[in-house]
Write a protein that binds this ligand. Structure first.
Ligand code: HEC
Length: 281
C-alpha cells in the first residue's frame, strides 16, 4: 500500500531540497555589498561593452534597474563563467585585454544577488562612461564603406562574406588606428581585415563592388599583411590603436578585404560595414 505524505511534510521536504540547492548554487547573502559601490564598477567595465544599446548583448546592464531585474541570472552566469565570454584557460598566460572576472568579483555579485540586490548610495556609483554610438576615437581621417550591402539570409548555416574596399589615398599613409564598424551586430560573429596590395582578391567578385563568398581567403601578396598586424572586429571590442612606432602602411590602390563571419538571425538582414582610418606621419 502506498503511504500518503501529509501536505505540510511535503512542504517541509520541498524547502529542505530548495535550501540544499541554494547552498550549492549560491553565496551567503551579504547586505553590505551594494550595487553602486561594488557591482556597478564590474558591470560597467566587463559587461557594458556588449550589454548596452546597439551592441551584441540581448539587454542593457547600465543602470541599477537593469541589474536588479536580472540579479539572480547575473549571479548564475558569472559564477559559471559563461559571462563575460572568455574562452582561454586561466593560469599560464596573462592576455592583454583579458575578459575574466576575479573570484572576488564573482563572489560579490553572488552575495549581492542573494541579499536581494541592495542598491546603496547613488553617490558611490562610478560615472557611466560616455559610450558613444559614433566613432569611438572621434572623426576618422578617412572613412571607407562597402559599396554594396550583403544580404544575410533568414536562416541556414553560418557563412562568410568578403567586402573589398579601396581607401582613397593619393600617397603612402601610415595608419595608427582603425575602427571597424561591422554594420549589423545582430548577425556578425567576427570580422578580419586583410590587406591586398596586389588587388588579386577582387577578381573573385562576380560583379565589381559586390564582394564575394568564402572563408579561406588567400591574397596574392601572401605575407601577414598589413605589416604583421592582425586587424579584426569582435563583439564588445574597442577601436584598435597601435603602439607608437607601429603604424602600418597604406599605399594608393591597396585593397582592404573585410572577411566577415555571418550567423543568420531568423530574418533577412543587411550588412554594410565601414572602416574609420586614423593616420600618423
Ligand atoms: C563580448 C560581449 C559580451 C560581454 C562582455 C558580456 N556579455 Fe552577456 N551576453 C552576450 C551575448 C551575445 C548574449 C546572448 C547570447 C548568449 O546568451 O550567449 C549574452 C547573454 C547574457 C545573459 C543571458 C544568458 C542566458 O542564459 O540567457 C546574461 C545574464 C548576461 N549575458 C550577463 C552578462 C554579464 C553579467 C556580463 C559581465 C560580467 C556580460 N554578460 C558580459 C554578450 C556579452
Amino acid at each position: 500500500m502506498v503511504r500518503s505524505i501529509p501536505a505540510d511534510r511535503v512542504r517541509i521536504m520541498r524547502c529542505a531540497v530548495l535550501g540544499v540547492l541554494l547552498s550549492f548554487s549560491g553565496f551567503a547573502a551579504d547586505p553590505t555589498i551594494t550595487f553602486h559601490k561594488h557591482i556597478a564598477p564590474v558591470l560597467l567595465e566587463h559587461c557594458a561593452p556588449c550589454h548596452r544599446p546597439g551592441q551584441s548583448g540581448p539587454f542593457s546592464l547600465l543602470t541599477y534597474e537593469d541589474a536588479r531585474k536580472r540579479a539572480g541570472q547575473i549571479a548564475a552566469v558569472t559564477r559559471r563563467r559563461y559571462m563575460p565570454p572568455w574562452l582561454p584557460e586561466s593560469g599560464r598566460v596573462k592576455f592583454a585585454g583579458e575578459r575574466r572576472l576575479t573570484d572576488l568579483q564573482i563572489g560579490q555579485i553572488g552575495k549581492w544577488a542573494a541579499a536581494g540586490a541592495p542598491e546603496g548610495q547613488a553617490s558611490d556609483s562610478p560615472r557611466i562612461p560616455a559610450f558613444t554610438s559614433d566613432w569611438q576615437l572621434g572623426p576618422p581621417d578617412l572613412i571607407v564603406e562597402a559599396s554594396k550591402a550583403f544580404q544575410s539570409p533568414a536562416d541556414g548555416a553560418d557563412l562568410y562574406w568578403n567586402f573589398v574596399m579601396t581607401p582613397a589615398v593619393s600617397s603612402t599613409r601610415y595608419v595608427k588606428a582603425i575602427e571597424i564598424r561591422p554594420g549589423n551586430v545582430s548577425v556578425l560573429h567576427h570580422a578580419n581585415l586583410l590587406m591586398d596590395r596586389e588587388r588579386s582578391a577582387r577578381r573573385l567578385e562576380k560583379v565589381a563592388g559586390e564582394g564575394f563568398a568564402g572563408m579561406d581567403l588567400v591574397v596574392a601578396s601572401n605575407t601577414f599583411d598589413p605589416d604583421s598586424h592582425f586587424l579584426f572586429w569582435k563583439p564588445g571590442g574597442a577601436a584598435v590603436v597601435e603602439p607608437d612606432g607601429m603604424a602600418w602602411r597604406l599605399d594608393p590602390n591597396n585593397d582592404l578585404i573585410l572577411n566577415v563571419h555571418v550567423q543568420p538571425s531568423g530574418k533577412p538582414e543587411l550588412v554594410k560595414p565601414s572602416i574609420g582610418l586614423y593616420f600618423t606621419d
